[in-house]
Design a protein around this ligand. Sequence first.
Ligand code: SOE
Length: 382
Amino acid sequence: MATTLNVGMVGYGFMARAHSNAWSKVSHFFDTGYRPVLKAVAARNNEKANAFAAMWGYESVESDWKKLIERKDIDVIDICTPNDSHAEIAIAAAKAGKMVTCEKPLARSTAEGLPMVEAVEKAGVPNMVWYNYRRVPAVSLIKQVVDQGLLGKIYHYRAKFLQDWTISPDVPQGGAATWRLDVDAAGSGVTGDLLAHCIDTALWINGDIKNLTAMTETFVKERKNALTGKMQKVGIDDAAAVLTHFSNGSLGTFESTRYARGHKAAYTLEINGENGSFAWDLHDLNRVSWFDHRTPGALRGWTSILVTDGEHPYLGKWWVPGLILGYEHSFVHQVADFLRGLADGVPAAPTFRDALATTMVCDAIINSGNSGQWVDVEHPDA
Ligand code: SOE
């Protein structure tokens, strides 16, 4: 019999939907020894919280996340609120002995993230940050093959995450829909929101970043505040271009923007080693392109691998070989790993401490963008 794990969700937005879908699907496909139950959702807006609870099957609603944390029947607090409330909720949840999962980025800054790491570690509660793209099977496959050493020495890692939804100066900042444009709520712009995904995957596959230099830009300098209606200076980075040195000697190039007209969520990555290369594109997420230099000359070339076989990461648990997966499955895989981690006593990555490393890189990007200097990247102590 699987152990019940009661989920207390904080928030009702887009990410709360992605997470709720994952919690509710996981035990139908992955046998982890745990069965999550959508127990309660907390949000200030009662009407929206009730509608969300009805849509997803949450058993009850709280108007204050503090009440959710006080409840004895909640095992895990899942934080899907804007970035400025992650720390307060996570620290309170950890002190109450709850497991905590938090939407990315961990926090608005390293200074804010460090006490979160300390709180979950002091309380000894399982914790995880939702960097979901690691769990796209094709990306997990790249990680497996790089770990096996098949690429040999790594020379380059490059990634981009491009969008175009903030080009109009009429898009406001602040408020429920556009808090990502408000520096107080978000901490940073594309760096913490989009580039953080690229950095998380890069650190996971290619190891630590030593130092970096970044160019950041804010194209629209003033936007209306959605709550006050007043024009207000924009404090976020609209675009970032970054050069890095990895500790393994390879060079990294990263780019992120919300001003790449025509692109909605164009996350691409490539890694080049002495024996081969991998390239992946979110818009064709079930495929990975692979170049193997050891193949005899006349047959050597880029191969497109359809990552839909039973032996590929996570695939054996879904349908029959050849059938494809999508964005939402990456979240299901993340929950499956979290639950397996509980069963095995091996924490699923990225833990809060792992995710602090990404926040440290993001801080270095913002600092370098402001100063125009190369910046050494801090690393969380083990
Ligand atoms: C921003 O538009 C956003 O929703 C990010 O916040 C998510 O993390 C990313 O996966 C998709 O884009």
